[in-house]
Design a protein around this ligand. Structure first.
Ligand SMILES: Cc1ncc(COP(=O)(O)O)c(C=O)c1O
Length: 396
């Protein structure tokens, strides 16, 4: 059997996300492990989905997605980032960003090709690379003196070999919350040009940035559009993670390659949801801007609670996530800490080591999701204060 073993799913077992959610249920813990919002997306979008179902949008959509959504994506990329795409040949709607990522890896990698990713990384990358029988090469991100995770461009250059095929870049970045700067993106672009690499970007948190930091797509850098597949989805932008409406934009030759794989993965999905997301992209930009403002406040709320509990939170410029270091509590093993936290304190988090190929590298870090209602974060804060008086024991 094919092994898709990753740090989060050791040797084919269930992922740490599943384990932590089950533990949160069993113990009645506030679940800040899983990254999905506990409130709905824009009412106009929800209504549009209901209307689309009532109007009969219930059969297969076209393989590339409904034209209305592809046009809305083209307009959004053009207006927001100045990167125009032809909705007929350069945009494909997918079953979430996950399908776009996996289809891109399957379409573009030959066995033993190397895929460069920043570590820590979202767990589906390693699985997608394994499915393609390619190899993962990691470039470490480490916290600087301000607590922002960053990579060293020299490490990126050193990761390139004659087998390098593509670089897979996630910004805003899960789990670190880093939003890559223009300078960092330029270093990646430079490597792509020098080694003739394709770039695949995961931009699912493109709208969720804070403190005036803005997201810059790699494809908007000089010369990058023609070698980049840009992936995003409606899940985080419109608080509709269960709809699984994603998309990939890029030059026609790369989109054509992805299409050939994607047609046999799902063919297509979510006709009514596609219509609703098209409406949201056209008319709900103000709703998303408000969501980002609210999330910034919640990040601040969670950061204050973690600090008060004696943990040391890192910087977070975007996404749903805030990482913290458990070493100030005198502890070092995030896996054991996260296994004991729900039972002892009543809060669930995820050990960041699940996002590393070498779990040792991220062992003292844990990840909390702040995409929850303020009262849920308040309750988590109240429970976390007990960490100060009775530090959590690490359990096996
Ligand atoms: C970095 C990253 N990429 C992709 C996804 C999955 O996106 P989708 O639900 O659109 O497949 C997630 C979900 O948590 C994510 O954090």
């Amino acid at each position: 059997m094919r092994s898709l073993s990753t740090a989060s799913a050791p040797s084919g077992g269930t992922t740490i996300f599943t384990e932590m959610t089950a533990l949160a249920h069993r113990t009645g813990a506030v679940n800040l492990g899983q990254g999905f919002p506990d409130t709905d997306g824009p009412p106009a979008m929800l209504e549009a989905a209901r209307a689309a179902i009532a109007a009969g949008a219930n059969q297969y959509p076209p393989l590339d997605g409904v034209p209305e959504l592809r046009t809305a994506i083209a307009t959004q990329r053009s207006l927001r980032y100045g990167t125009p795409y032809d909705p007929d040949t350069e945009i494909m709607v997918t079953t979430g960003a996950t399908e776009a990522l996996t289809a891109a890896l399957l379409a573009l990698c030959e066995p033993d090709d190397e895929v460069i990713v920043l570590e820590p990384y979202y767990d589906s990358y390693a699985a997608g690379v394994a499915l393609a029988r390619a190899r993962l090469r990691t470039v470490p991100m480490r916290p600087d003196s301000t607590g922002r995770f960053r990579f060293d461009p020299a490490d990126l250059s050193a990761a390139i070999t004659p087998r390098s095929r593509l670089v897979l870049v996630n910004s805003p970045h899960n789990p670190t919350g880093t939003v890559l700067s223009l300078q960092e993106l330029a270093a990646i672009a430079d490597c792509c040009h020098r080694a003739d690499l394709i770039a695949v970007t995961d931009e699912v948190y493109e709208y969720l940035t804070y403190d005036g930091v803005t997201h810059i797509p790699l494809a908007s850098l000089p010369g990058m559009r023609d070698r980049t597949l840009t992936i995003s989805s409606a899940g985080k932008t419109f608080s509709a993670t269960g709809w699984k409406v994603g998309w990939v934009c890029g030059p026609a030759r790369l989109i054509k390659a992805v299409r050939q794989v994607k047609q046999y993965l799902t063919f297509a999905s979510g006709t009514a949801f596609q219509h609703a997301v098209a409406l949201a992209l056209r008319t709900q930009q103000h709703w998303v801007a408000d969501l980002a403002r609210q999330l910034q406040t919640r990040r601040n709320q969670l950061r204050a609670s973690l600090t008060a509990a004696g943990l040391s939170p890192f910087a977070c410029q975007g996404t749903y996530f805030l990482q913290a270091d458990i070493r100030p509590l005198g502890l070092t093993d995030g896996f054991r800490f996260c296994r004991s936290l729900p039972g002892q304190v009543g809060v669930a988090a995820i050990p960041s080591a699940a996002f590393y190929r070498d779990p040792e590298a991220g062992l003292p870090f844990i990840r909390f999701a702040f995409c929850k209602r303020p009262e849920v974060l308040d309750e988590a804060a109240r429970r976390l204060t007990s960490l100060r008086s009775t530090p959590c024991q690490e359990v096996e």
